[in-house]
Design a protein around this ligand. Structure first.
Ligand code: ZN
Ligand code: ZN
Length: 364
């Protein structure tokens, strides 16, 4: 399995173009560009049709595009500011009539520019989630990258865990963890979350100068990026022995997570998986303190990608999806608990990819 020209990915997309009655799809979202072409740079656009595979970039990226985007013909723009205009020129030159664009990603200004340039001959059609839907099921190479990203972040966490002590600040915990990422040749997938004591009730707590003290619940949400693929996991630990109410919240979230992992397999509705975990936590800690965010999300070239669990969009788990399962409880003035694993969905069950220590109590 290689990263080379992803012929099967292009074929899959071409199959979708027919169903959408499109002659061409203009792809501008960076992770989608990378997925389809292999191009890893920061700015490049694709035009894809049944017999068309073009990549457009400015001079900074011409050599890189020739190197990475095998199977694509390169259209050279001299300036990055002229890139959107160039897309319109290429569409006209190709003589296609119905052209899809990525409505979730193209700016209004870019769309106006293209409309102005293309006139009425060519119909620009808003599309949503076309490439994202293909990206949801990972191939063997992608699973390998995600597994490595999960294992790398887990190892960094295991190295950091024994060093967490009263007297350190939340920012110190982030620094220790992110230093461990870099020592493992990875980098943070997103700003590491460290929420201690009452701050743990903020589901997305950026680390502060708050000093950790005995008895604190600490929510640590972290992941790395490796070869463009991301990991994302959360552990909740206690400095010293947990109080009964802390233990109750931890047990409730852990039980909801275990049961969701047991249920998750191909064909299971993401909405019902989300609902059952939500209800399990609410029964113990109360509805007002149960988690308001979704139970989990797909992960790959982006930290959050399709499927987003908890949306009433009828989506089903499919084999090859890699998703997070992350129930939580957030109690104002008291603190928070969140536990997050990444799992690979299979036909009959799922496999947990994250293997960071699940030890809750830090002896001090
Ligand atoms: Zn997370
Ligand atoms: Zn997550």
């Amino acid at each position: 399995v290689t990263t080379g020209p992803a012929i099967n990915r292009l074929d899959a997309l071409r199959g979708r173009l027919g169903a959408l009655d499109l002659d061409l799809l203009f792809v501008s979202h960076r992770p989608n560009v990378r997925y389809l072409s292999g191009f890893k740079g920061s700015l490049g656009y694709l035009l894809i049709g049944l017999e068309v595979a073009e990549i457009m970039g400015d001079s900074r990226y011409w050599l890189q595009m020739e190197d990475e985007a095998g199977g694509f013909s390169l259209a050279r723009a001299t300036q990055s500011s002229g890139l959107t205009g160039m897309v319109a020129d290429r569409i006209r030159a190709l003589g296609r009539r119905r052209v899809g664009f990525e409505a979730d990603h193209l700016t209004v200004a870019q769309l106006d520019l293209m409309r102005g340039s293309l006139g009425n001959e060519i119909e620009l059609v808003a599309t949503s989630g076309v490439v994202e839907a293909l990206r949801a099921r990972k191939d063997a190479w992608e699973v390998q990258r995600l597994r490595k990203a999960a294992e790398t972040a887990s190892l960094a966490f295991n190295q950091t865990l024994p060093r967490i002590r009263p007297g350190l600040r939340e920012k110190d915990v982030r620094r220790m963890l992110e230093t461990a990422f870099i020592e493992l040749d990875a980098r943070p997938a997103f700003e590491t979350i460290v929420g201690s004591g009452p701050r743990g009730a903020f589901a997305h707590a950026a680390p502060t100068d708050r000093v950790l003290s005995l008895g604190d619940l600490i929510v640590i949400d972290f992941g790395v990026e490796l070869d463009g693929y991301h990991s994302d996991m959360t552990r909740t630990v206690v400095l010293g022995q947990p109080q009964p109410r802390q233990q109750e919240a931890i047990d409730a979230v852990a039980a909801a997570q275990t049961s969701a992992i047991k249920m998750a397999h191909a064909g299971f509705s993401t909405e019902s998986l989300d609902r059952s975990a939500r209800e399990a936590v609410a029964e113990v800690v109360g509805h007002e303190s149960a988690f308001q965010h979704g139970l989990g999300h797909g992960i790959g070239l982006e930290v959050h990608e399709y499927p987003i669990m908890g949306r009433p969009d009828g989506s089903m788990l499919e084999s090859g999806m890699v998703v997070t399962i992350e129930p939580g409880a957030y109690i104002a003035g008291f603190g928070g608990v969140r536990l997050e694993e990444m799992v690979l969905i299979k036909e009959q069950d799922c496999e947990v990819l994250t293997n960071a220590s699940r030890q809750v109590v830090i002896d001090v």
